[in-house]
Design a protein around this ligand. Structure first.
Ligand code: SF4
Length: 195
């Protein structure tokens, strides 16, 4: 199967280029707020990064760097509190098959965010104003923003909203193959950029 693999060297480029909104938002929010993602957010992001290509070693250093931006977490605390989850995600602990990235219906169905939490699908989670501002920060052209808002307002069509976002970032792509799982979004984007 064709496609680029995510690694520490290409992460910054692929973050804005190829990560779906749900995952990009988690990474960016954690950086902006310097507050570590809570359980549900980590559970969402961890297997996604693995399935996109992060090796176990990539994941350990990435998560250590990102979580330690939070002044309440240092390297020792990271090793003590967060390593087990990574080992588990890669099948090194617990039941040995590891964890796989969730599909869109599951992420869309997650409960709302309590204060301090970030998780789920932004098209579902964010109120209209916050979503609009987020899409503007991501430089989504206003015609696409309008269409995304219409899809959500008129029919809660979050997955189709995501396809619109994809189309806005990948010119001349019809969005085929996107909208069912964050991993499909990533793979389609990488295939697009290979051409
Ligand atoms: Fe992520 Fe799926 Fe929502 Fe797109 S529709 S943002 S891939 S959960």
């Amino acid at each position: 199967e064709a496609g680029e693999k995510l690694n520490l060297g290409n992460f910054e480029e692929l973050l804005s280029r190829s990560l779906p909104p749900c995952m990009r938002r988690l990474v960016e929010r954690q950086r902006e707020t310097k507050k570590h993602l809570k359980h549900a957010g980590r559970l969402q992001l961890r297997p996604f990064l693995k399935d996109c290509g992060f090796s176990f070693e990539d994941s350990v250093s990435w998560w250590k760097q990102e979580l330690c931006r939070d002044p309440t977490i240092d390297s020792g605390k990271f090793d003590k509190n967060y390593m087990y989850d990574l080992e588990h995600a890669y099948g090194k602990k617990g039941h040995l098959q590891g964890q796989n990235c969730c599909g869109c219906p599951k992420l869309i169905g997650l409960p709302g965010e309590a204060v301090g939490q970030v998780h789920g699908c932004p098209f579902k989670q964010m109120d209209p104003k916050a979503l609009q501002q987020q899409l503007q920060r991501w430089r989504v052209p206003s015609a696409y923003v309008g269409e995304i808002e219409r899809l959500i307002k008129e029919g809660k069509r979050y997955q189709e909203a995501c396809i619109e976002y994809f189309k806005s970032q990948h010119q001349n792509h019809e969005g085929d193959g996107v909208g069912n799982s964050p991993l499909d979004f990533f793979k389609e984007s990488c295939v697009y950029h290979k051409k």
